[in-house]
Design a binder for this molecule. Structure first.
Ligand SMILES: [Zn+2]
Length: 168
């Protein structure tokens, strides 16, 4: 999937976490959580040369390249998500859950892709959640539709939660 799709998934994840904590969006904490979601969502693609995350975090991207880490393997794996969860455990609960769940949303939606994800890396088998004919190719029309659904959900979600004070 493209970075903008993962960013939207991260944003939607952050909104869900904020809702879980009954934390309004339009606060410093809410804004910080949304930002964390937008960054953590596409972060796993740091293993992809030329991706925005690889350009932003160039030294880490170079390191992964030198270690010959292939795309959709280590950084998309369950073991890496668990390591990250342990590394970030000192964060306040709101930011911690946002970061981990937004990061994990990446592997989840990449599994809708035709190529799948090596979720149980170092086991090399790539896991795909949809049959090939329904799988969403990167940059395809179906990814555009999927992104539109994510965008609509991300826009609608705060308003649906108005009565419980999600916005203010
Ligand atoms: Zn990816």
């Amino acid at each position: 999937m493209l970075q903008k799709t993962h960013t939207l998934a991260g944003l939607l994840t952050a909104e869900c976490v904020l809702s879980y904590f009954h934390q309004p969006l339009l606060t410093w904490e809410g804004g910080a959580a949304l930002l964390i979601g937008c960054v953590a969502g596409p972060l796993a693609d740091i293993d992809k040369k030329g991706s925005t995350m690889a350009k932003i975090l160039l030294p880490i991207s170079w390191g992964l390249h030198l270690l010959k880490v292939k795309h959709r393997t280590l950084t998309h794996s369950l073991i890496f998500i668990l390591a990250l969860a342990s590394l970030l455990s000192a964060l306040p609960e709101l930011f911690y859950l946002t970061a981990i769940l937004a990061y994990a949303s990446h592997s989840l939606i990449d599994m809708f892709n035709d190529q799948g994800v090596a979720l149980f890396w170092p086991w090399k088998v790539k896991i795909r959640l949809l049959p090939k004919f329904l799988a969403i190719d990167t940059g395809s029309f179906s990814e555009g539709v999927f992104r539109l659904i994510l965008a609509a959900a991300a826009i609608a979600y705060p308003f649906l939660g108005l009565s419980s004070g999600i916005l203010f």
